[in-house]
Design a protein around this ligand. Structure first.
Ligand code: KG4
Ligand code: ZN
Length: 345
């Protein structure tokens, strides 16, 4: 089954061809980072306009690199939410137009489910139950995927997403956008124990809070500046990163153990973080859990993960009704309105 995956929820215009939900034939990402860099973050209006410009060239490249034509498609999957509404609409409109032109079945995909399905491009078909840490620029949550393939959110950030905190702290350290990979690189030469930044909500439960940590880092930088003290940016980066990783690993492991699952997945842009991968691997090994982590390039937004999620649903006979729409606030649990069984659309 050859599925085209389209992703435009934030600032990557992405399209990919995936065979049987696991084999990536092409994975094209038209990054808009240059458009947003001067502003230090994603500007929704600029993102939507850049998607319009990039969508068709990215689609064409995905087809050419995958050695296929539009007639070869067995399905089209597109991110329906959550994300920036103007950005989502560009991908959804493109997918609807293509589905109409090719007669290929169309399926709207939850972006977070897409991140989780990136796992199958690396490790083969998902075999739930598993607990997933979905950690990205827009979202940070811990979700259970049960035996029946249903998601339930066990906990989530009550304020900033982890990637958002990485990007903001990076900005204060004078690093370019997107800051997550920059902090990752800088932290390698820093001491993670140099500054004891707070670990919020570490007492229990699966919710996370990261805005206090971000503020603590900014306050520390300002204090040192005012006192004329030298700032070792590598130590600040490493200590901040360690605080995020500690909390994320502790909470994910606690959720996995409490729910009796034997597999943990880390997905989303921040799952590309080398320290998070290292610490999660060490803790999972200690607890006898299997860690599922897509390659870093499949952690950040891409079309292949959307095609993988689409292949799963299309293979179960699910389709999206022609009138389905982008939903900027789509939750992991919400599939109604997005999918219907064949014949009921
Ligand atoms: O999943 P993603 O591409 O987009 C969203 O759905 O949000 O995640 C992007 C986020 C950005 O905040 C970026 O700084 C962060 O992922 N990120 C990282 C790393 N690579 C990307 N954060 C920490 N370490 C990394 N290596
Ligand atoms: Zn994402």
């Amino acid at each position: 089954m050859l599925v085209l995956g389209i992703e435009t929820s934030c600032d990557e215009t992405a399209a990919a061809l995936v065979d049987d939900g696991r084999v990536v034939r092409s994975n094209v990402i038209g990054s808009q980072a240059e458009h947003h860099r001067p502003f230090g973050g994603v500007v929704p209006e600029i993102a939507a306009r850049a998607h319009v410009e990039l969508m068709l060239p990215v689609l064409d490249r995905a087809l050419v690199e995958g050695g296929a034509t539009y007639d070869d498609l067995d399905g089209i999957a597109v991110t329906a939410g959550p994300g920036l509404v103007g950005a989502l609409l560009v991908g959804v409109a493109a997918a609807k137009g293509l589905a109409l032109a090719t007669d290929a079945p169309l399926i709207g995909i939850n972006h977070l489910e897409g991140h989780v399905c990136a796992v199958q491009l690396e490790h083969g078909a998902l075999s739930p139950p598993l607990v997933a840490l979905v950690i990205s620029g827009g979202h940070t949550s811990i979700a259970l995927l049960d035996e029946r393939g249903r998601f339930s959110t066990l906990g989530a950030t009550i304020d900033d997403a982890a990637g958002e905190a990485f990007d903001k702290v990076a900005r204060f350290l004078g690093l370019p956008y997107p800051g997550g990979p920059e902090i990752d690189r800088l932290a390698v030469s820093g001491d993670p124990a140099a500054i004891a930044f707070p670990r919020a909500l570490s007492g229990g439960g699966y919710d996370l809070s990261l805005s206090g940590l971000k503020t603590a880092v900014i306050r520390e930088l300002r204090r040192r500046e005012a006192a004329g003290e030298a700032v070792d940016t590598a130590d600040v980066a490493a200590s901040f990163q360690e605080a995020v990783v500690d909390v994320a690993v502790d909470k994910t492991l606690a959720a996995a153990l409490a729910h009796g699952v034997e597999q943990v997945a880390i997905v989303g842009g921040v799952a590309a973080n080398s320290r998070l991968r290292e610490q999660m691997a060490a803790r999972c090994a200690r607890e006898g859990l299997r860690l599922l982590a897509p390659a870093p390039a499949l952690c950040t937004d891409n079309g292949a993960m959307i095609a993988a999620a689409g292949a799963n649903r299309l293979a179960r006979g699910e389709r999206s009704p022609a009138g389905f729409d982008a939903d900027p606030n789509l939750t992991l649990e919400a599939v109604e309105g997005l999918t219907s069984r064949e014949g009921s659309a």
